[in-house]
Write a protein that binds this ligand. Structure first.
Ligand code: GDG
Length: 456
């Protein structure tokens, strides 16, 4: 079996075999834990004269990191990746910006990654790159003569050509992406959107299942929905040692808890969700005095202006909604702008009768899957899920809502609290069955097999 070399923007700090947080990190770690391999990426540090850091061994995994200069960070990470690509690929074109110097900086950092990798890789290594930070990495590696199998998994959505073409360098990006041998997407909609662009705007044609002939090469495309370890999440949620915070929370609650957990990001639809909860309180007053909505939103990319704005906006909304409805003995909305350790978070999921996962767009959304996995199957809570989260393709037994429809979301909260235990069990069992089928392990195995060129 070939050695696996994983490349991602950040190499997450690993303690005792566990990555700190985040779906990408958990997936990468899982892919490497079994057979070992290399994980290469940015250390997260900014340095005046960046140098490669010494290699670090964690069990069977070798970690290689590089630092970035302030200018590289500003142009590649803050600029083109998160200021241009992130909003455009989440269909939020009004929130994006474009700057040619930032795009040039993005390509230079992809080049820098490629040059650093060149010193690490062996001829038969499989190279698996992750996400929108590295769309041009294969192009750089090919220009340096690398012939290894190269794959990219896009964790976030790929929009229709009309939206993608609002990024002025769209043609160059697609051409660079086509230097990979395998392009993996979360959903069929994302894959089809890419193929649509490739055929209608880049001269590609289909030459087999998921395979495109384009720019004198064959590029395979596939759908690999990322999953979670269902049994592990449930075990963490139940472990008595993990439950201290959840028990403290329960002691302060009245009856019903609605929970949401998201990085503080405008793609997650937090403002629309706050307003929908306000609508719920307005339209269904029977739930007053016994319902709490708790939003956990750890800060994210807080040095980017659009992220500072959403933070200010939510603080205002939380104050306004509580000001309008709170009583001396009831605070309807709790907004926690901080993160919690994973082993504390899983029991919190288990404590909630409903979970609101209502992104405006999301590649997959692992919170939705973790919430379902954490539930007690005998008395499970209800997942209220945006139709625009990739997870909605698999979790169609959730209450599916449109995050732009406040009244619809409010009605779903009412429906969740009124649902019989039989219906909750049935919906839950159906979602667990799908999630066990599309596990994190299967995601990794299928992508790796396709990258290797084996039939899945
Ligand atoms: C990208 C795509 C795709 C959250 N708060 C805390 C915390 N988390 C963990 C959750 C979950 C992860 O972070 C978030 O994953 P999501 O999938 O919800 O969202 P993104 O971070 O945007 O991830 C997404 C994913 O990649 C994987 O492909 O699903 O669509 O956008 O695991 O539990 N973890 C801890 N403390 C927190 O406060 N420890």
């Amino acid at each position: 079996m070939s050695r696996l070399v994983v490349v991602s923007n950040r190499v997450s700090p690993i303690q005792e075999g566990e990555a700190t947080a985040g779906g990408l990190a958990a997936g990468v770690l899982d892919a490497l834990k079994g057979h070992g391999g290399v994980w290469f990426g940015w250390s997260g540090n900014i340095a005046d004269n960046p140098e490669p850091n010494p290699a670090r061994e964690v069990g069977p995994i070798t970690l290689f990191t590089i630092d970035l200069s302030r200018e590289q960070y500003d142009q590649y990470y803050r600029g083109f990746a998160n200021g241009t690509l992130w909003p455009a690929l989440h269909y939020q074109i009004g929130l994006g910006r474009y700057d040619r110097a930032e795009f040039a900086g993005y390509k230079r950092v992809n080049d820098l990654f490629a040059r650093s990798l060149l010193k690490l890789i062996r001829p038969d290594d499989l190279i698996w790159a992750h996400d929108y930070h590295l769309l041009c990495l294969a192009d750089s590696l090919r220009a340096m003569g690398v012939t290894n199998r190269l794959g990219l998994f896009l964790h976030i959505p790929f929009p229709g050509p009309g939206v993608f073409m609002t990024v002025p360098s769209h043609a160059e990006l697609i051409k660079s992406m086509c230097q990979y041998d395998l392009l993996g997407f979360q959903t069929e909609q994302d894959r089809a959107a890419f193929v649509d662009y490739a055929i209608r705007h880049a001269g590609g044609r289909m030459v087999g299942e998921g395979a495109l002939s384009i720019y004198d090469r064959i590029v395979k495309t596939g759908v690999y929905p990322i999953g979670v370890h269902v049994d592990e999440v449930r075990a963490q949620a139940e472990l008595a040692a993990n439950r201290r915070v959840a028990t403290r929370l329960r002691a302060t609650l009245l009856d019903w808890l609605i929970l949401s957990v998201d990085r503080l990001d405008y793609s997650k639809g937090l403002r629309q969700r706050f307003v929908a909860y306000e609508r719920f309180l307005q339209d269904y007053p029977d739930w007053h005095n016994n319902t709490t909505f708790m939003q956990i939103a750890p800060p994210s990319r807080s040095d980017i202006e659009t992220y500072q704005e959403i933070r200010r906006e939510l603080e205002g909304e939380a104050g306004r909604i509580n000001g309008r409805f709170a009583e001396v003995d009831w605070v309807p909305l709790r907004y926690l702008n901080k993160s919690f350790p994973r082993n504390v978070l899983m029991p919190l999921y288990a404590e909630a009768q409903a979970c609101l996962v209502t992104p405006l767009r999301d590649g997959m959304n692992l919170v939705a899957k973790e919430y379902v996995a954490a539930q007690n199957p005998a008395d499970p809570g209800v997942l209220i899920l945006s139709q625009f989260a990739g997870a909605a393709n698999e979790l169609d037994a959730a209450l599916i809502v449109n995050p732009y429809d406040e009244e619809g979301m409010a009605a779903a909260m009412n429906q969740a609290f009124s649902m019989s235990v039989e219906e909750r069990r049935e919906r839950h069992a159906s979602m667990i069955a799908v999630m066990k089928e599309n596990s994190l392990e299967r995601w990794r195995e299928r992508f790796q097999a396709d990258l290797q060129g084996e039939s899945p």
